[in-house]
Design a protein around this ligand. Sequence first.
Ligand code: SAM
Ligand code: SF4
Ligand code: SF4
Length: 371
Amino acid sequence: MVAKVIPVAEQRYPDSAAVIPDILEAPTGVLTDALSRPLRDLRISVTDRCNFRCVYCMPKEVFGKDYAFLPQSSLLTFEEITRVARLFADHGVNKIRLTGGEPLLRKNLEKLIEMLAVLRTPEGKALDLTLTTNGSLLARKAQSLKDAGLTRVTVSLDALDEAVFRRMNDVDFPVADVLDGIEAAHRAGLGPVKVNMVVKGGMNDQQILPMARHFKGSPVILRFIEYMDVGASNGWKMDEVIPSAEVVRRISEEMPLTEAQANYTGETAERWRYRDGGGEIGVISSVTQAFCHDCTRARLSTEGRVYTCLFANSGHDLRSLLRGGRSDAEIQGAIAHLWRQRSDRYSELRTINTEGLSLARRKVEMSYIGG
Ligand code: SAM
Ligand code: SF4
Ligand code: SF4
């Protein structure tokens, strides 16, 4: 008998307080890092909790009954989140994505969306305000999210087959409820709704074609995501990654595809269009075609730490500055300081030394800093 190895996930590695430099850099709307990448996107995790236990993200063996989620007092308040978002917007962030955990579990999330919706870029434009959800509560909440000022949603759905989906979410959640959520989001005007499917070899890759057939010709844009080695708990192995090129090949064999132009520089998804006019799909090749050179994203954890990479092993604590009476100028100076020093390009380095690097690195969990 082969013993099962249960990996231990410690997501909250010791972090460093964000440093306030002696000379404070005032925001100009453009802040570039050590590799000349501007700061443009902020992903905000509003909770580390989730009602799913997706096997590739929050496996039950690790995130069980006794798992210590963050206490309420650790969470940034809506006022604190909005203040941080405003300071990031002054530095050039024009897109905010709310994530988690499952963001719709955060109480009164609509209130936070209302507060974020009034923020403006230095040019006076509203921010692109989106959210990634597992869709379980979306049918109920789509309209109130739209009314609060949300622009669009992305819904995660890994299979249409009931047994496969339930095996992946591991809490027996039915496909139909997520499909209802997608439909409600579309009706509420939160479109174009994007659906993300993480493809894990041997688990749901036989669902690639059924998913493509289902959403072809609909207003939904389906995107296939390569299974990534995030965190320390999913026991990632390279041979479970189905490369995007293979996904495109399988679909194209039945429903011919042609490559489409990117919408903007730094777009993570590569776009493919059905030749018969049946819409488009996207592939996100985080493993086989790293896009670090265009990565303009910062992540804010539920308790106020800034991570400059999804694979970072430590964050920069802003909460102590927020709660320590620091001024906007000081916090903006700290944000500028940490972004200026950013040289992360984990996925590109992983391409060079795949499993060695993945195993060697202590990484923060995706459910903690958000996807
Ligand atoms: N709970 C929400 C959801 O599932 O959409 C938001 C948070 S979830 C961490 C964000 C995205 O990360 C989801 O689309 C999820 O499928 C993706 N994700 C989680 N673990 C992943 C992994 N190991 N590889 C690739 N994508 C992953
Ligand atoms: Fe929850 Fe999303 Fe992670 Fe699934 S992928 S366990 S829904 S946070
Ligand atoms: Fe960005 Fe890090 Fe992902 Fe590269 S590995 S794309 S730097 S988050």
